[in-house]
Design a protein. Structure first.
Length: 290
């Protein structure tokens, strides 16, 4: 038992280190180090968000980290989509009139597979589908990318944490090799606690800006504090870094969503470990020049 615990802890440390240690797609962003750049919903300024083309576009532009959002269909399929409604990024209203409010949870996987998730973005992407999480994982794997996976609105999907971990395990993403390429994040502390309890070796991130006085509590179950760039400051980042997470490393900070050069330079100057962006090339160029 002791040997197994040590092995899990070692893998967890590797996972945290992989995220906070920049890879080839990171650029200098603070006096003390570098910033890892994460393509938000894929390279979503250049291809429809949370689709396979967005994953491919991030890889084409040389970025190894992509972020996505996971929800669950009526019949239990995990799919990658941001909104809990299908209306903004698909043609659900046209294909299924009378099914308002067109919530993801009210449609089966087969019904969602019929939808066009690309035309809203541009005619070149007409016919693009909402990917299942299984399809998404396999494309990320094919592209040799890394994944920041958000469990979206877990209060709508009881048990989604266990189901997500099961699928990740079935696809090989919970083995030693992949744990260094995977982070699970959420706005829900309850959801993150469940993930941490079920898979202690997995790196997790909390989306939000907890009060500094509460950070010691978050350090018990999350490795990253991921705030909006509008709520982050140099003092806050320094305070976050002063706490060690569940795997013995200082908590990391990944700020979102930064899409312009000036903000990227400012946020990087605060000492964040990562920037989540729809325009990863803009951020890379800004930080390379700073």
């Amino acid at each position: 038992m002791r040997a197994r615990v040590i092995a899990v802890t070692t893998v967890a440390l590797l996972g945290v280190a992989a995220l906070v240690t920049p890879t080839h797609d990171a650029r200098a962003g603070s006096p003390g180090g570098q910033v890892t750049i994460v393509a938000h919903r894929g390279a979503s300024a250049y291809a429809p968000e949370n689709t396979l083309p967005a994953v491919d576009e991030a890889a084409r532009r040389g970025f190894s980290w992509v972020e996505n959002d996971v929800q669950r269909t009526k019949d239990g399929e995990l799919v990658v989509i941001h909104d809990d409604s299908l209306t903004r990024t698909t043609n659900a209203e046209k294909v299924f009139p009378g099914r308002a409010p067109w919530k993801v949870k009210d449609f089966t996987a087969a019904e969602i597979a019929r939808l066009d998730a690309g035309s809203w973005f541009g005619p070149a992407y007409a016919g693009t589908r909402v990917p299942t999480l299984k399809e998404y994982l396999r494309r990320v794997e094919h592209n040799h990318e890394k994944l920041l996976l958000e469990i979206k609105s877990p209060e709508l999907y009881p048990g989604i944490e266990r189901e997500t971990l099961k699928l990740l395990g079935n696809e090989g993403w919970l083995d030693r090799q992949h744990l260094g390429r995977l982070v699970v994040q959420s706005f829900s502390t309850d959801s993150l606690r469940i993930v941490h309890d079920l898979k202690p070796g997995l790196t997790t991130g909390y989306l939000g800006t907890p009060p500094a006085a509460d950070l010691h509590t978050y350090a018990g179950f999350t490795d990253l504090i991921n705030p909006s760039h509008k709520s982050v400051s140099r003092d806050y980042v320094t305070t976050v870094h002063s706490y060690k997470g569940p795997h013995g490393r200082p908590l990391g900070v990944f700020a979102w969503t930064v899409d312009d050069a000036s903000t990227a330079r400012n946020v990087a100057g605060y000492g964040v470990d990562g920037i989540i962006t729809n325009r990863p090339d803009v951020v890379r160029k800004a930080l390379s020049a700073s």
